[in-house]
Ligand binder design. Structure first.
Ligand code: ADP
Ligand code: ZN
Length: 525
């Protein structure tokens, strides 16, 4: 059977070479593989394109039984399985589009040990009949792909994922590996907990993509700005992300009018057109893809040279994933984000209309995105600090680094804010903290007894709005952190102790020096 031609393979690298044709692992991949092989529950954070697949596929090949892969991307399962077949790896997927006969054939293959990787959606996974089947086969590993979907703190929560804890209850000895390209600290802990992981080994690959330049532009007159950008990059491929299906179509039409090879892509197109458009982009027949966020998932195109966000993304996780589709080959790539208050207002309307259960969280994540766009400090440092990664020096490859704002030494301000945060027990949200700093006698201040703490009134020389602005800057650089799970209380960020006790300086920009985002003019006639 399958194992027969594996006799000469011993080390993970042998498998990497044989089945994928690669000579060496990327950083962390081998450690992850070995952690899983030891039977340890493992949590993997690696940016899109980082190479998560081999991390569970190679253990699957090396372990005796079957690896069951849970993935929400039903549309991609077929492609993933075909790609595995091309590499000579026996894999199958199992979903509701298949006939009963097809499903039984797959079950048979699994029972006979002919399959190494079985892909399944979470919905299917949790049906009773599938569970009966799972009990009949030899499972060596559960791999949970897109694992951020399990957390209600994540940006893409899928309720059907939350039931996956039953896997650990029914198969306590089978190790679990959870993989995601996008999760803040809170989401990470939540993933491990909700899957019932047992003291998981956590691997966080660096999210730094130094070859991507970062830039924010005011969201007015976007078309001429885009055309200018495109003219600077002739014969290159790129994606323009738009908020609505209609705007992908109208933008593509306008660009075609100007002679650009543009197409549009969104989820409401019929599947055939969608596949064709995607193909054309992969073959470079179409250079410019005006798309909704539906585009790009699972597309492995290495030479995307630029990504433009026509609208503000709704959170940093999405933004980072979308710009991450550029420059996968490691060569220079450009990203541009258009920022307008109108987009923020649109999201807020959409959110309050759909009234999701986690409305507050989504609004807070949107505000975080807005703070990024408003920022006056290195944008890469902001993005990385969002994922708890410290980039010690400004990057030199974002618009703020290229055109630095005038800064002043804001260390004392940062220390005042931090010590008020600490003395208030890391329990107060931003507005209340500002009231405390400014010595307000508001009810909330007095009721909490915050007029008794030492830093009460230590910042009365600044206006409320100034404090707000500085606090946003401090959040951006990781000195302060927003606790989404504690009613948005402010608490110490990754750099807080260095600022309080380690002599680390903080540069701030006076609010008036900062360029203001443009409010789009409302047409009156
Ligand atoms: P992810 O799932 O993290 O987005 P993939 O697993 O799809 O990323 O891998 C991205 C690309 O990197 C794929 O083309 C894959 O074949 C390639 N890749 C993965 N590991 C290696 C490696 N060790 N050496 C070279 N290429 C690799
Ligand atoms: Zn920078």
């Amino acid at each position: 059977l399958f194992t027969a031609d594996q006799a000469d393979l011993r080390e993970p690298t042998d498998y990497l070479k044989r089945y994928y044709g690669y000579d060496r692992f990327r950083p962390m991949q081998e450690d992850i593989v070995r952690s899983i092989l030891r039977g340890r529950d493992t949590l993997v954070l690696m940016p899109t394109g980082g190479g998560k697949s081999v991390c569970f596929q190679i253990p699957a090949l090396m372990m005796p039984g079957i690896c069951v892969v849970v993935s929400p991307l039903i549309a991609l399962m077929k492609d993933q399985v075909e790609a595995l077949h091309m590499n000579g790896i026996p894999a199958a997927f199992y979903n509701s589009t298949q006939s009963g006969k097809e499903q039984r054939a797959i079950e048979d293959d699994c029972v006979k040990g002919k399959i190494k990787l079985l892909y399944v959606s979470p919905e299917k996974m949790l049906t009773e009949s599938f569970f009966v089947f799972l009990k009949r086969i030899n499972i060596s590993l559960f791999a949970i792909d897109e694992a951020h979907c399990i957390s209600s703190w994540g940006h893409d929560f899928r309720p059907e994922y939350t039931q996956l804890h039953v896997l650990k209850e029914h198969f306590p000895t089978v190790p679990t590996v959870a993989l995601t390209a996008t999760a803040d600290k809170l989401t990470r802990n939540d993933i491990a907990q909700r899957l019932g992981m047992n003291d998981p080994a956590v691997f966080i690959a660096s999210f730094n993509r130094p070859n991507l330049s970062l830039k924010v532009l005011p969201g007015t007159n976007r078309l001429p700005q885009i055309i200018k950008l495109l003219q600077q990059k002739p014969d290159t491929s790129g994606i323009i992300y738009c908020l609505s299906r209609k705007s992908t179509e109208s933008l593509a039409a306008k660009l075609q009018e100007k002679g650009f090879k543009a197409a549009f892509y969104h989820a409401k197109m019929d599947p055939e057109d969608r596949a064709k458009t995607q193909e054309a982009f992969l073959r470079d027949d179409v250079r410019i893809m005006c798309a909704t966020i539906a585009f790009g998932m699972g597309i492995d195109k290495s030479n995307v040279r630029w990504v433009i966000h026509y609208n503000l993304p709704k959170n940093i996780e999405s933004f980072y994933q979308e710009i991450g589709r550029a420059g996968r080959d490691g060569a220079e790539a450009q990203t541009v984000l258009f920022y307008s208050f109108a987009d923020v207002a649109t999201y807020k309307d959409m959110l309050s209309e759909s009234a999701p259960a986690n409305l507050g969280l989504q609004l807070a994540k949107l505000e975080r995105m807005q703070q990024y766009a408003d920022a006056n400090t290195c944008r890469r440092q902001i993005l990385l600090s969002y994922f708890s990664e410290d980039l010690p020096e400004p990057c030199g490859n974002c618009d703020v680094c290229r055109d630095p704002r005038v800064t002043f030494d804001g260390t004392i301000l940062a220390q005042k804010a931090l010590s008020a945060i600490v003395r208030a027990g890391e329990r107060v949200p931003m507005n209340l903290l500002i009231d405390i700093l400014r010595g307000s006698r508001s009810q909330a201040v007095l009721q909490g007894g915050y007029d008794q703490i030492k830093t009460y009134g230590a910042g009365r020389d600044l206006r409320f709005e100034e404090w707000r602005n500085y606090l946003h800057q401090l959040i951006n650089v990781g000195v302060i952190e927003v606790a989404y799970d504690q009613h948005y209380a402010l608490r110490k960020g990754i750099l807080a102790d260095q600022v309080l006790f380690g002599g680390r300086k903080v540069d701030l920009v006076r609010p008036d020096d900062a360029p203001k985002p443009v409010v789009e003019k409302v047409k009156t006639k």
